[in-house]
Design a protein around this ligand. Structure first.
Ligand code: SF4
Length: 228
């Protein structure tokens, strides 16, 4: 009996080892589609696990799906998504060349903020996605996304347009949320200017990697952050 369990475990590990990133992400998307770990499962139409290039250097993280995303099962496909597409084009990218997801995979009713308990329930999916994609740069869209990844670095009004490197070497770049810029015209120009800094931040990360300045340690203390 024990031998059979060990053999089964061996083949499970072998199967996981042989899978490519897309297959691993598809497995997570399948789990998400059946997930009932938090109350958002009751009101959703579709889950929105995320989409894009599994080998992308840049990963964008918003907060939660909105109405259009809930209906389509695709992240950032409404007006804010169209604006995001325009900004990606302004730096020579498309959504197929990056990865886009949210901190929670189901729409909060009426587009309210997700509760901390809902974010916590959904966190393991997000962490597994990040572990598979291993982006060089995580772009936090809006204050909620910033609070999730770089809570000690300051508010979005202070942080936007800046890159923060955490002790584990992961670099984050803070931007206003495209929806916030659509509602507040004053933020639109700021967001577009900040967005244009993304290629330079990625270039700097690659240069630092070449020089061996990114430490692959596990000292993942969220308190200690520094701007690169
Ligand atoms: S938001 Fe996340 S944890 Fe909650 S039901 Fe959806 S997939 Fe599950």
């Amino acid at each position: 009996m024990r031998d059979r369990t060990l053999i089964k475990r061996f083949f499970n590990h072998l199967f996981l080892f042989l899978m490519n990133k897309k297959e691993e992400l598809d497995i997570i998307a399948g789990e998400v589609s059946k997930c009932a770990l938090c109350p958002l499962s009751k009101s959703r139409t579709n889950t929105v696990p995320g989409s894009g290039d599994p080998d992308a250097d840049i990963l964008f993280v918003g907060e939660a799906p909105g109405e259009k995303e809930d209906l389509a099962g695709i992240p950032f496909c409404g007006a804010a998504g169209k604006f995001l597409d325009e900004m990606l084009a302004s730096i020579g990218l498309t959504r197929e060349k990056v990865f886009i997801l949210n901190t929670v995979k189901c729409r909060p009713p009426g587009n309210r903020d997700p509760e901390d308990t809902e974010k916590e329930a959904c966190k393991s999916y997000l962490n597994r996605q990040l572990e598979i994609i291993k982006p060089k740069l995580i772009v936090c869209l809006g204050r909620h996304s910033c609070n999730t990844f770089i809570p000690a670095a300051g508010g979005i009004s202070k942080l936007h347009g800046k890159a923060v490197k955490r002790p584990n070497g992961q670099v984050y770049f803070a931007l206003y949320h495209p929806a916030a810029a659509l509602h507040n015209g004053g933020l639109r120009g700021t967001l577009m200017d900040d967005f244009k800094k993304v290629p330079a931040v990625l270039k700097k990360i690659k240069e630092q990697e070449t020089k061996g300045n990114i430490k692959p340690d596990n000292d993942d203390k969220p308190i200690q952050t520094k701007l690169i």
